[in-house]
Design a protein around this ligand. Sequence first.
Ligand SMILES: Cc1cc2nc3c(=O)[nH]c(=O)nc-3n(C[C@H](O)[C@H](O)[C@H](O)COP(=O)(O)OP(=O)(O)OC[C@H]3O[C@@H](n4cnc5c(N)ncnc54)[C@H](O)[C@@H]3O)c2cc1C
Length: 234
Amino acid sequence: MFGLLKSHRLTYHDRHDVGGGVWSFAFLPDRPLHARAGQHGILQLGAAAMKPFSLASAPEDELVLIGTSIASGSGFKQRLAALRTGDPVTLRGPVNDFTLDTTRGPVVMLAQGVGITPLRSMLAHLRLNGLRTPSTLIHVATGGHAYRRDTEAWATRSAYPEHAEQFRLATIAAAQDDPTATFFVAGASPFVSSTAALLRDHGVAADSIRRDTYLGYRPRPAVTPEPAAAGSQH
Ligand SMILES: Cc1cc2nc3c(=O)[nH]c(=O)nc-3n(C[C@H](O)[C@H](O)[C@H](O)COP(=O)(O)OP(=O)(O)OC[C@H]3O[C@@H](n4cnc5c(N)ncnc54)[C@H](O)[C@@H]3O)c2cc1C
């Protein structure tokens, strides 16, 4: 939490459509963030306009990337969409321990919608450092998978289900394949808790499950598993 006391000035650079209704906003920091792959920061666009965002870029990247949809039309997203090249913004952080430990062996990454952002950061970090940590990504989304072009190229294995049941089956298979891997789960609160329960049901120890819960994020409806359709706890 003390990381939030750190404040960085960033300059807006540009934005790109990365699929799944998500734009990747790029910023140039005034000095290195000293982030670890998977961390998030609080993006501040005005005195009262601030929201948390995982960093989608690797710590080694020159530009800081934030991936998000602007479809809600919220006041914050209107300000974000209105940024022009050269505009200054503030980032508090980075914070959290949803980070990669490359000494712990294989990783399984489970993302819902825009929950892909910290996992893209981890995959980019592995690639940029030539690290051989085996990585399995299962990214569930409807209407396209954000950053798929990158993640498909960088993950050792990847799957892009569009429905909750496909995601559930792929996740069970990954848990059974290697229950001793480290499992990273990122997305909206119901997704993270139900996926963690599913992993526990299939032999994964609680301390091997790492969670990044996007409070405030509500994905397109089909992405959050309905309890009845997803089996026990899922
Ligand atoms: C640790 C952490 C990391 C996070 N990282 C990310 C990240 O990397 N990327 C990211 O996008 N978010 C991330 N979030 C969530 C983010 O902070 C915002 O809450 C989220 O982006 C929604 O903000 P908003 O201003 O669009 O919507 P809000 O103002 O919070 O909601 C406005 C209304 O619009 C609705 N709405 C939301 N999305 C849509 C949509 N696509 N279409 C129609 N209506 C919609 C909402 O349900 C709500 O009713 C993270 C949150 C946490 C806690």
